[in-house]
Design a protein around this ligand. Sequence first.
Ligand SMILES: Cc1cc2nc3c(=O)[nH]c(=O)nc-3n(C[C@H](O)[C@H](O)[C@H](O)COP(=O)(O)OP(=O)(O)OC[C@H]3O[C@@H](n4cnc5c(N)ncnc54)[C@H](O)[C@@H]3O)c2cc1C
Length: 256
Amino acid sequence: MSKTVSMALVRDQKTIGPLVKLLTLEAPEIAKNARPGQFVHLRVNDGPAPLLRRPLSLAGADAGQGTLTLIYRIVGQGTALLARLKTGDRVDCMGPLGAGFDLDCERPLLVGGGMGLAPLLYLAGALCPRPVAVLMGGRSQEELFWQGLFAEACRHIHITTDDGSLGRRGVTLDLLPELLAGGEFDRVAACGPRLMLEGAGRLAARHKIACQVSLEDYMACGVGACLSCTCAGADGRRRKVCADGPVFWAGEVFAL
Ligand SMILES: Cc1cc2nc3c(=O)[nH]c(=O)nc-3n(C[C@H](O)[C@H](O)[C@H](O)COP(=O)(O)OP(=O)(O)OC[C@H]3O[C@@H](n4cnc5c(N)ncnc54)[C@H](O)[C@@H]3O)c2cc1C
């Protein structure tokens, strides 16, 4: 699949949650080749900027419009620089990178924690009109602005919050056993904290449901050259998160 580096044009940027931005970029070559689960590697070329690019998952791509949607939380220098971009600015954008989700399923359940919901939004849109369900978890109601974003593509939205301000009190793994026990799903696709991914992989395996997980490990080059993001596979062989992943079958990266 072809990757390109381009100076993507900022179409729009808005705040959609606490320290969370939705950025729309015009990058037709990347949008044309993108698929859910892939990511872009960005660098803001405006004065002193971090040396390394910053990876962000595609939360959407529209080949017809030539646009990419990114949803990110401002956590440090790189994302703070990105947040300053205005309509008409340009950002150095490499992509689409990595291996995406397998779409060969009929009744998927998407499981996302926090910003892990970003790649699942693109996946939900690609799987629609199949009956897509999503289980989303966050600290509080304030963090679950995601509900509105998923509403169009998903038939069922299940929610957990740590403080019980919306949906079930607890974390996604508290509600997941109940959802899987219903026998409704033939695929689990998850992105979020590693413990959540491992737990989702185990629960899906117990119900004999194929599960894919998207890892968000630290990475540098993003194209499989520097090996900084390698992780141990369940078979002892090392995997490059940027190039072999970020999406893996759960059994490839976790002992289930
Ligand atoms: C494949 C991939 C896809 C990603 N997709 C998204 C996305 O769609 N939306 C989003 O908000 N974030 C996403 N991330 C995380 C995002 O890349 C980091 O938050 C960002 O690089 C931080 O850059 P910074 O310069 O602002 O912060 P830094 O100054 O580099 O770091 C600030 C804080 O963020 C933490 N951090 C930095 N990099 C990572 C990382 N890779 N994983 C976890 N924590 C990190 C650090 O521990 C530190 O506490 C993704 C990461 C990967 C590897």
